[in-house]
Structure formats: structure tokens, C-alpha cells
Design a protein around this ligand. Structure first.
Ligand code: F6P
Length: 192
């Protein structure tokens, strides 16, 4: 049976600084993850053919750089656009836009950043990606937290309200194997 593999990019410079969005490079730990990823993949999927999909952002492309497979970049896999809050920390957002922070806590799925997107918007823009995923064989997606939450919720049939809170840790590959009903899941975490 074919499987779909999800991984967030390795830790980025913005992750270290607690900033959201942006297009930063990987941190030294993130680079270690990128270097360890090929062995993690071969150990767990063997010789099966695999195609790697990344976003257009540097941190996912950098994370894929040592993988010896065909790669494709999708603009639709770019991280949720935080609009005017891009490149800010959550504390800075709370200071600058306290009402927005409260609204987001109230309804995180529907909250749309000023000049940016909501989780609902991301679910819509991921539709073509999901259509293509349904037709493909083994795919590894190196993505972003909000994006992978949406894809994960789709394959596990999770509720919209729960979707923005799904835990997708760094430095972990999630393997989903679709079955007649739902998906089997395994997780592989690198101690980096
Ligand atoms: O902090 C990393 C990040 O991918 C941000 O770029 C993004 O805005 C955020 O996570 C999404 O998580 P949440 O919706 O919980 O803020």
C-alpha cells in the first residue's frame, strides 16, 4: 500500500526567535535534521519510489536538499499568511492587536489575519494539493505547521474546530497509510 509522509521543515531561525511566517533559513539544529532525514526515510520506507513535495519557502527546500528523490515545489504549500503579523512574535501581536488575539482564541479556524489568511482559507487553497495527493503513490511533504494540520485533519477526518490545535512537532516524520476507512499512522522522531 502507498503511504503519505509529512514532516515540518527543520527548525528555522524564526522558530528560534519565536517569530511567525517569514522566509528564514534553517537554524543549525534544523540543518542537522535535514542531514539526518535521508537515513530516516530509507530506514522506514525502504526502496519504494518516493516523490518529495515542498513549499516555495527556503526552509522547506533546505530541509529537502539531501534527499535523493524527485522534488516538486508547490506555492499552495506555503505557510498560512499572517498578513500584517508576519515576522512578529505572539507577544508582539498581543501588544499591537489585542482584539485580534482575543478573536483568534475565540475561533482559531475562522480567524483571518489582517491582510492574510485563516485556516479556512488554507483548507480551500489546499484542495488541488489534496486532489493530486489522492492520485499519487508515495509522497513526502515537507511543509509547515498550519499546512500540515490541514492535510492531517483531512486524512483523519478531524473536526474543523480541532484542526488548528493538532500537534505537529518539529523533527518528526508522520507516516499515514490510507485504509478503506481512515488511515494507519506511525511517527518517527529524531532526537535533534
Ligand atoms: O511558528 C511557526 C508557524 O509555522 C508560523 O509561521 C505560523 O503562523 C504558525 O506556526 C501556525 O501556528 P498557529 O496557528 O498555532 O499560530
Amino acid at each position: 500500500p502507498r503511504s503519505i509522509f509529512f514532516s515540518r521543515h527543520g527548525e528555522s531561525q524564526y522558530n528560534v526567535e519565536g517569530k511567525i511566517g517569514g522566509d528564514s533559513l534553517l537554524s543549525p539544529r534544523g540543518m542537522q535534521y535535514a542531514k539526518a532525514l535521508p537515513a530516516l526515510i530509507t530506514d522506514n520506507i525502504g526502496e519504494k519510489p518516493l516523490t518529495v513535495w515542498t513549499s516555495t519557502l527556503k526552509r522547506t527546500i533546505q530541509t529537502s536538499q539531501y534527499l535523493p528523490y524527485t522534488k516538486l515545489t508547490w506555492k499552495s504549500l506555503d505557510e498560512l499568511d499572517a498578513g500584517v503579523c508576519d515576522a512578529m512574535t505572539y507577544e508582539e501581536i498581543e501588544q499591537a492587536y489585542p482584539d485580534d488575539s482575543a478573536n483568534r482564541d475565540e475561533d482559531k479556524f475562522n480567524y483571518r489575519y489582517r491582510g492574510g489568511e485563516s485556516y479556512r482559507d488554507v483548507v480551500v487553497r489546499l484542495e488541488p494539493v489534496i486532489m493530486e495527493l489522492e492520485r499519487q503513490e508515495n509522497i513526502l511533504i515537507i511543509g509547515h505547521q498550519a499546512i500540515l494540520r490541514c492535510l492531517y485533519a483531512y486524512f483523519h477526518h478531524l473536526q474543523q474546530a480541532d484542526l488548528p490545535y493538532i500537534k505537529i512537532p518539529l523533527h518528526t516524520v508522520i507516516k499515514l497509510t490510507p485504509k478503506a476507512y481512515g488511515c494507519d499512522e506511525e511517527r518517527y522522531t529524531l532526537p535533534i
